[in-house]
Design a protein around this ligand. Structure first.
Ligand code: MEV
Length: 406
């Protein structure tokens, strides 16, 4: 029997027979996970943390983050605190729709001009067929097209309402392409699938007093780092990684497709023809001004969002009625907060000081020791500032020896 056709227990047995060590899992949990994905044999745990006091457009929110790197949550909190002290962020979040592509092979007699006259007809045809999306406030907005050689590229803009809308958009494209392929002079359908090209933009702006970031020297250093990130792709990609630390953690906590956002942000960072930093920091008079625009095609309903209690928990942290626009506003703000915290650390005491202190927890968690021993090792390793697994083990042995000698 094919592996995917087995139930998860049978799959686990097969793997165990090969000597693979699997973590125990409750049967009910395994059964539930099996409904969510394919070839399921277990689960991955991620810590859920929160960013406190994310002030967006004059309102404060608690924001969930799912990530295994402690410095990411610490950085987000540091940045959000400085933003809050300065009145928080101002965000404009636009959800004009996501793009779908239909590419058709046509013969020479095909006229795009003629087809374009019927685009409004196809828009209304799709909206009639997908009336439930229209009832939820979304629907097909527009179809545009261009022709390159014997290929016609149609771009279909779909407003997914409060969902990310990938499946719905693909169904709409399938529906429309099945009609279009029957037109005279259309030879075949090449593909009909949504595009992850940047759309659904959220733009954040913060104005921080120079005093609140540690003075003019620090502010100018942050602005210079930002300039370097604009010019140098090696720095730009690391700057953007810092932003995605915050973005991905919230996307994962809220059950969103972080792969699509990552792909879109990568393209967006290259929109000038050169890969650049997504954020911008500059000093104007006595203010450090930061801004960031991100393409955030996300949703707050649909997919597995409604069926996963861990995800519902994240929405409860955000507040029951969070909309896709608001979630995008929070994400872009936390992305900028993470970015600010990284640039601030680089401009002052360096990244490693705070980072390694937090990573020390992971080193200590790996020790085969009691919780009392672990906390003693943690204290000592932070004091010594020598962060390695061997060092943690060595300190543990010393701690044990001291206990024995007592
Ligand atoms: C580490 O996860 C992220 C940073 O490297 C980002 C940056 O350098 O801007 C600290």
């Amino acid at each position: 029997m094919h592996f995917y056709k087995l139930d998860p227990y049978q799959r686990r047995e097969l793997l165990k027979e090969k000597g693979i060590k699997l973590v125990k899992i409750e049967p009910e949990k395994l059964a539930r996970l099996n409904q969510l994905s394919e070839n399921v044999i277990g689960e991955i745990d991620l810590p859920l943390g929160v960013v406190q006091d994310v002030v967006v457009n004059n309102k404060s929110y608690l924001v969930p983050m799912a990530v295994e790197e402690p410095s990411v949550v610490a950085a987000a909190n540091h940045g959000a605190k400085v933003f809050a002290k300065n009145g928080g962020s101002h965000v404009v979040s636009k959800r004009e729709g996501i793009y779908g592509q239909i590419v058709l092979k046509v013969d020479q007699a095909f006229s795009l001009e003629k087809l374009a006259k019927d685009f409004p007809y196809y828009v209304s045809l799709a909206n009639k067929e997908f009336a439930s999306l229209v009832n939820h406030g979304g629907g097909v907005k527009e179809i545009t097209g261009e022709i390159k050689g014997d290929l016609v590229y149609l771009k279909v803009l779909v407003d997914p309402a409060q969902a990310m809308g990938a499946n719905k958009t693909n169904s709409i494209l399938e529906f429309l392409s099945n009609k279009l392929v029957r037109l005279p002079h259309v030879r075949e359908k090449m593909f009909a699938i949504l595009s992850n090209y940047p759309s659904q933009f959220a733009t954040v702006k913060v104005e921080l007093t120079v005093a609140s970031v540690g003075g003019m020297q620090v502010a100018k250093k942050i602005a210079l780092l930002s300039k370097i990130g604009y010019q140098d792709p090696y720095r730009a990609v690391t700057n953007n990684k810092g932003i995605m630390n915050g973005v991905d953690s919230i996307l994962i906590a809220t059950g969103n497709d972080y792969r699509s956002v990552e792909a879109a942000c990568g393209v967006f960072a290259s929109k000038s023809g050169k890969y650049r930093s997504l954020s911008k920091w500059e000093v104007v008079d006595d203010k450090l001004i930061g801004s960031l625009t991100l393409p955030l095609a996300l949703g707050v309903v649909g997919g597995s969002i409604n069926s996963r209690s861990d995800i519902q928990q994240a929405y409860s942290i955000l507040g029951e009625q969070v909309s896709s626009e608001l979630l995008a506003s929070l994400i872009v703000t936390v992305g900028l907060a993470n970015n600010f915290a990284a640039l601030h650390a680089i401009s002052t005491k360096g990244i490693q000081a705070g980072h390694m202190k937090l990573q020390a927890r992971n080193l200590v968690a790996n020790l085969d020791a009691s919780s009392v021993e672990k906390s003693k090792v943690l204290k000592e390793i932070i004091k010594l500032k020598h962060y390695s697994q061997a060092q943690a083990q060595e300190i543990l042995e010393k701690v044990r020896k001291q206990e024995e000698d007592k």
